[in-house]
Each structure stands twice: as structure tokens, then as C-alpha cells.
Write a protein that binds this ligand. Structure first.
Ligand code: ADP
Ligand code: ZN
Length: 210
């Protein structure tokens, strides 16, 4: 098993691209820290109870909490698999935790989207609560309005996708997550793809870059 890290702002389309790639390639596994956390909140586990208020305010949950969840997934993943790690690490401390886990990191791919575009993307975002597929009301609409193409579930707006919380998430991103770009660049692992060219093109560019 090895790891490819996805870097990019909230709304950069990391999750959509990783999901599309994992669906098309048997040896790619999409692991989203946000989905793991939302799953824990929905189930009402101890970790979920601890994470809930941080997430709703747009802050990062404590490093140890998410690191434990990621370690569990890494431990149960074996064989000839590349894990597309989406949302972890989210700060330098988490990057060190990941390095200590010892699983080789093949590359860190930044999906680059200018700030101006980000706000609009998140505002139009719709999510399937059941299968986690992501949509956008204009850029990537479902075939039937408000309904998931994949599983037929009713689409929702994520609780932390309201404009106020989005602002806070972007501040957190710039302060805590963006330093990872230099961190992986120093290690010679950084690749950058243009995130504004549409899901299929970004996915193809990502695959070539990783
Ligand atoms: P997005 O990339 O759109 O901001 P995610 O689904 O990755 O959203 O994350 C949603 C929320 O989950 C974050 O705002 C944060 O509270 C929490 N979270 C996700 N990953 C991490 C992480 N690695 N460390 C701390 N908190 C995290
Ligand atoms: Zn669905």
C-alpha cells in the first residue's frame, strides 16, 4: 500500500476527483477524513461526539482524534492499493504523524483553484448523504434536481457549507493547511494540477501527476 495525498482548499473538488478516480480504478481507494468524521457524528460514536462542535464551527478537530481514525483505515488496507488520502494531513503536526506511520507517500497533488472561485463553488454544493457523491447546482448538476444520480437519495446542503462557516474554513485553510504545500515541495513530492478545467479533465491530470 502507498499513499497519494490530495491538497487543496475546501471546494477545490478534491473529494469529487478522488471519488471519480476510485470508482474507475480498482487499485485506488478514496479515504476522506471529512466523510470518516461525518460518519462518526451520524453514528453518535465517542469520537463523533467530540468532533461535532469543531466541525460545525469550521475548525479543525483535534489532531489525535482524526489521526486515530486514519491509522485504523491504514492498518486495515493491504495489498497493491494506492490510498487517495483526502483531508488528512490538514496541518504540519498531522503531516509528521503521517510520516511516522511509515506508509510510503508517493506524492502530494495540489488541486489549484483561485480563492474567487471557491466561495461560489461551495455555495452551490450539494451532497448525497448516503453514497457521498458530490454535485454543484450549476457546474455539476444531478440529472434530476435534488436527487442523487448514483443511489436516488435526496441531496442535502452540508451543515458547514453556509457562507459564514465557509469563511472560517477558508481562514483555517490558509493558516494551517496551506503550509503543507511548502512542506511537500521541500520533500520533492509536490505536484500541481489546474482545478478549474472540469471534473473529468482534473481527474485525468491528477492521475498523470500522481
Ligand atoms: P472540506 O475539504 O470541504 O473543508 P472536509 O469534508 O474535508 O471538508 O472536512 C470537514 C470538516 O471536518 C473540517 O472543517 C474539519 O472540522 C473536519 N476535518 C476533516 N479533516 C480533518 C483533519 N485532518 N484534521 C482536523 N479536522 C478535520
Ligand atoms: Zn447517492
Amino acid at each position: 500500500m502507498n499513499i497519494v495525498i490530495l491538497l487543496g482548499a475546501p471546494g477545490s473538488g478534491k473529494g469529487t476527483v478522488a471519488g471519480a478516480l476510485a470508482a474507475a480504478h480498482d487499485n485506488l481507494k478514496h479515504v476522506s477524513s471529512g466523510d470518516l468524521l461525518r460518519g462518526a457524528v451520524a453514528k453518535g460514536t465517542e469520537a463523533g461526539k467530540q468532533a461535532k462542535s469543531y466541525m460545525e464551527s469550521g475548525n479543525l478537530v483535534p489532531d489525535a482524534l482524526i489521526a486515530t481514525m486514519i491509522k485504523d483505515v491504514v492498518a486495515e488496507t493491504t495489498g497493491d492499493v494506492t490510498m487517495l488520502l483526502d483531508g488528512f494531513p490538514r496541518n504540519l503536526a498531522q503531516a509528521e504523524i503521517l510520516a511516522e506511520m511509515g506508509t510510503p507517500v508517493k506524492s502530494a497533488v495540489l488541486i489549484d483553484v483561485p480563492d474567487e472561485i471557491i466561495q461560489d463553488r461551495i455555495a452551490g454544493r450539494r451532497t448525497c448523504p448516503k453514497c457521498k457523491a458530490g454535485y454543484h447546482v450549476r457546474n455539476l448538476p444531478p440529472k434530476v434536481e435534488g436527487v442523487c444520480d448514483v443511489c436516488g437519495e435526496k441531496l442535502v446542503v452540508r451543515k458547514d457549507d453556509n457562507p459564514e462557516t465557509v469563511k472560517d474554513r477558508l481562514v483555517v485553510y490558509h493558516q494551517q493547511t496551506e503550509p503543507l504545500i511548502a512542506y511537500y515541495k521541500d520533500k520533492g513530492l509536490l505536484r500541481t494540477v489546474d482545478g478549474t478545467t472540469g471534473v473529468e479533465n482534473v481527474a485525468a491530470a491528477f492521475l498523470a501527476a500522481m
